[in-house]
Design a protein around this ligand. Structure first.
Ligand code: UD1
Ligand code: MG
Length: 450
């Protein structure tokens, strides 16, 4: 079959007044990614020939977030049909299929978009395919009005609907697929004689029907088309997205000990037989190999963990943490921009930043890499099999050779040779009987006062 071109138009010009935010609505994040990024990801899965994002004036931050996809500016918000018109310039002469999506509906899946395109290409050749849904509470959604044969006749906006029409439970989810050859003319004919004096995209259905063209409906699960207009709806969409990500992680063979308290990012990747304890947060950019255990209360971001490693409880892995196979990272340990090689152990109360820790090295409790002098960051290199005694400060730049031992409490400021022992702390002095004499003197003073 010949390739039929596909274009996608994402409407994102809305100000999002009800978000009460200085940031454009579609940049608010769900699972660590701006909402419009989720919509783009779903669109990308269809491998479209064109994508246009419609933004409002001055929304450069949205344009930057969606780059390299082009944006078209809708100068004034005069309704959803007017918003699609703003994209016409970039789609001139296009005669394939056009899917119109909303930037604030981030849960939509590629399968649903594919179903819309397939319906658009069915034998009856509908001019418009509308995505419908039956939400528990139809509220103020537009209603889909069917004819006696079950075909789509028109969409009425809630404000313009009669009591009978408001009783209809099949609602407009907002997404539509058009035959590009007919779309420009149909949308061009939309007027603004309605309750809001806006150019409603939804009017195209009636315009198409009056001209004898077929229109069709594809139904989606309401949970997939929840739109975000307020912070409460943002939280609801986050909840639904987390539910989806948790299920995917478990379907792929990870154990979530308490799924409801595990927070994922859109791009979290977990291998097989990964065990995740309660209250673990995966910020963006985390990849975990097979057989890793992450104990409760860990926060991970831009981190790679190799197979068999054990993390936490209460570990913080920051950007650039690269944890090797079978390494152990324990409680109250913070690791940033550091490679921890195979089998190394960093088990208690430690900060490792800008460092390499060689294979099987052991980092004692309270070890700190002093990587920052207030101006720049410096590197600490710890060799394979080295042993760093508790409460040591490693003042970077500094290197500790393979197999070296650093005595507890040392402040290390220059390179330590392989297999050396370094101890840099004051000599221990003992004053025999001093403590006893001290106590006796203090007790005598107290008795004299009384
Ligand atoms: C729209 C539908 C309604 C449907 C509902 C589903 C219309 C007329 N109504 O109503 O039938 O049930 O979505 O959520 O389409 N936008 C622009 N420029 C504009 C106006 C809107 O870019 O001038 C964008 C918004 O940023 C948003 C989307 O279009 O992403 C939808 O606009 P919104 O005002 O939320 O439409 P609803 O009233 O929710
Ligand atoms: Mg809306």
């Amino acid at each position: 079959m010949a390739h039929r071109p596909l274009a996608c138009v994402i409407l994102a010009a809305g100000k999002g007044t009800r978000m009460k935010s200085d940031m454009p609505k579609v940049l608010h994040r769900v699972a660590g990614r701006p909402m419009v990024g989720h919509v783009l990801a779903a669109v990308k899965a269809l491998d479209p020939d064109h994508v246009v994002v419609v933004v409002g004036p001055g929304m450069d931050s949205v344009a930057a977030a969606v780059a390299p996809y082009p944006t078209a500016v809708q100068q004034e918000q005069r309704g959803t049909a007017d918003a699609v018109r703003a994209a016409f310039g970039l789609l001139e002469g296009f005669t394939g299929d056009v899917v119109v999506l909303y930037g604030d509906t981030p849960l939509v899946t590629p399968d649903t978009l594919r179903a819309m395109v397939t319906a658009r290409r069915q034998a009856s050749d509908p001019a418009v395919v509308v995505l419908g849904m039956r939400p528990e509470d139809p509220g103020a959604y537009g209603r889909l009005i069917l004819n006696a044969r079950g075909g789509l006749e028109k969409i009425v906006e809630y404000l313009d609907a009669s009591a009978d029409e408001r009783a209809v439970t099949l609602c407009n989810a907002g997404l539509m697929a058009f035959d590009g050859a007919r779309m420009f003319d149909l949308i061009g004919r939309v007027g603004n004689q309605n309750a809001k004096s806006e150019f409603y995209l939804t009017d195209v259905v009636q315009i198409a029907r009056v001209s004898g063209m077929a229109c069709a409906v594809v139904e989606a699960a309401p949970a997939e088309v929840v739109g975000v207009n307020s912070r409460a709806e943002l939280a609801e969409v986050e909840r639904l997205m987390q539910r989806r990500l948790r299920k995917a992680a478990m379907d792929n063979g990870a154990t979530l000990c308490d799924p409801d308290s595990t927070l994922f990012s859109h791009d979290t990747r977990l291998g097989r037989d990964v065990i995740v304890g309660a209250h673990v947060v995966f910020a963006p950019g985390v990849t975990v190999a097979d057989g890793v255990e992450i104990k409760p209360f860990c926060h991970l971001e831009q981190t790679r963990i190799d197979s068999g490693a054990v993390i936490g409880p209460y570990a913080r892995l920051r950007p650039g943490a690269d944890i090797g196979p079978d390494a152990h990272i324990g409680n109250f340990v913070e690791i940033k921009n550091a490679v921890v090689e195979s089998g190394a152990k960093v088990n208690h109360l430690t900060y490792i930043g800008d460092a390499r820790i060689g294979a099987k090295a052991n980092i004692g409790a309270g070890t700190i890499t002093c990587n920052y002098d207030g101006f720049s960051k410096s590197h600490t290199d710890i060799g394979a099999g080295a042993f760093i005694g508790s409460n040591s400060s490693l003042v970077a730049p500094v290197s500790i050779g393979d197999g070296a031992i650093v005595g507890a409490g040392s402040v290390v400021t220059s390179a330590v040779e392989a297999d050396a022992l370094v101890v840099s702390r004051a000599q221990q002095k003992a004053y025999v009987g001093w403590a006893k004499r001290f106590r006796e003197r203090k007790q005598a003073e107290k008795a004299n006062k009384a």
